[in-house]
Design a binder for this molecule. Structure first.
Ligand SMILES: CC(=O)N[C@@H](CCC[C@H](N)C(=O)O)C(=O)O
Length: 376
């Protein structure tokens, strides 16, 4: 495989991060790449800003799906790259540029060296939100080419290059976004007794939320509530009439997700009463847990151990979320971590995944898919 060519592709994709369902340039980039491939061996269709590409097999018994996400994040890039994002305030800080590059590398490989089974390459929009997997899965376009098994990977800054980390069963958490709007009464900073200050109410709310994980959830059932953003008020000497809190909830069990939400709702009622304000909660998009298929994952681990395309590491579950979980709820398959060894983690403005991981992923997935699509 021509590694340099795919590193160039990764850098070009890195420069054009776009929000979920607005991946217009990214979609065009993928379609232009496909234009350079032999068309008689491809069936291409678009779905919103995504792309589905079928590579028909030579002696098909099943369809193997490979999914990549496409969207970027609202982060102002601070890497040392010469090829930083040209979209101000947006960055590929979760590796979707590498994920897409690996999918294109596999597509290129299998168009030129077809296997017995059909392959389906899925470029899915909006993984970071509001979630493209569920509507794509339910679409007529996807249902018409629905694979029998599905694969995906995610970059892992904490593992060395050359490593693939995976486990059977639960890999990623259930997630729910969390948006809370508070409305009180604004006023002059010098007359607090005539107003209901939503900065103070929000501060109490954030502190009270900390008690949900520590006091209401079984400590053996991991749960996270993170408030990532608070906005409110207009000026230093004006009491804030409104405030907004934005966060995310992560739970390993579905039961804990229900419990967390009911505790948040109770706390909000208390905030409304004690600060004489109104509150509205919106849970935004919710992702189903990523649960790897037991047998297929075991078989992949055996493949890694016997063929050694990469070093295998058995990981634990993580509190990250991924809407790939919706595919795995219906279609057997698995997701794995790809080591990219970098100092800064996912969603950080300085993340610089090592590009040497691209050939590792291409070698691992091309040999595994070749084996799976001919021998099984
Ligand atoms: C792998 C990864 O980082 N995924 C995202 C998924 C976003 C879920 C949703 N928008 C939320 O914030 O709850 C993650 O943040 O884990």
């Amino acid at each position: 495989m021509d590694t340099e060519r795919f590193i160039t592709i990764r850098r070009k994709l890195h420069q054009i991060p776009e929000p979920g369902f607005q991946e217009y340039k990214t979609q065009q980039f993928i379609l232009d790449f496909i234009d350079g491939l032999p068309k008689e061996r491809l069936e291409v269709q678009t779905w919103k800003t995504g792309v589905l590409i079928k590579v028909p097999g030579l002696n098909p018994r099943k369809t193997i799906g490979y999914r990549t996400d496409m969207d970027g994040l609202p982060i102002s890039e601070e890497t040392s790259y010469e090829f930083t994002s040209v979209h101000n305030g947006y960055m590929h800080a979760c590796g979707h540029d590498l994920h897409m590059t690996i999918a294109l590398g596999l597509l290129d490989h299998f168009v030129h060296q077809p296997v017995d089974d059909h392959l389906l390459f899925i470029f899915q929009p909006a993984e970071e939100g509001p979630g493209g997997a569920l509507p794509l899965l339910q679409s007529e376009e996807f249902q018409a080419v629905k694979p029998d098994m599905m694969l995906a990977l995610h970059i892992a800054p904490e593992y060395p290059v050359g490593t693939v980390a995976v486990k059977e069963g639960l890999l990623f958490a259930n997630t729910s976004e969390l948006f809370i709007d508070l409305k009180g009464k604004g006023g002059h900073a010098a007359y607090p007794h005539l107003a209901n200050d939503m900065v103070v109410a929000t501060s109490h709310l954030v502190t009270q939320l900390q008690s949900v994980v520590s006091r209401n959830i079984d400590p053996l059932d991991s749960t996270v509530i993170t408030v990532g953003k608070i906005t409110g008020g207009t000026k230093q000497n004006i009491i804030a009439e409104t405030a907004r809190l934005e966060g995310t909830i992560r739970t390993l069990s579905s039961a804990s997700m229900i419990k967390v939400k009911s505790r948040i709702e109770a706390i909000i009622k208390g905030i409304e009463a004690s600060f004489e304000c109104e509150a509205a909660i919106d849970y935004g998009s919710n992702y189903y847990q990523v649960c790897n298929h037991e047998e297929l994952t075991k078989e992949f681990i055996s493949f890694l151990e016997s063929s050694k395309p990469a070093d295998f590491y058995r990981c634990r579950e993580a509190m990250t979320g991924e809407d790939f979980g919706y595919f795995l709820k219906e279609i057997p398959g698995f997701m794995f971590w790809l080591g990219v060894d970098c100092e800064y983690g996912l969603h950080h403005s300085r993340i610089e995944p090592k590009e040497e991981a691209i050939p590792v992923a291409l070698r691992t997935l091309s040999t595994y898919i070749e084996w799976k699509a001919t021998s099984q």
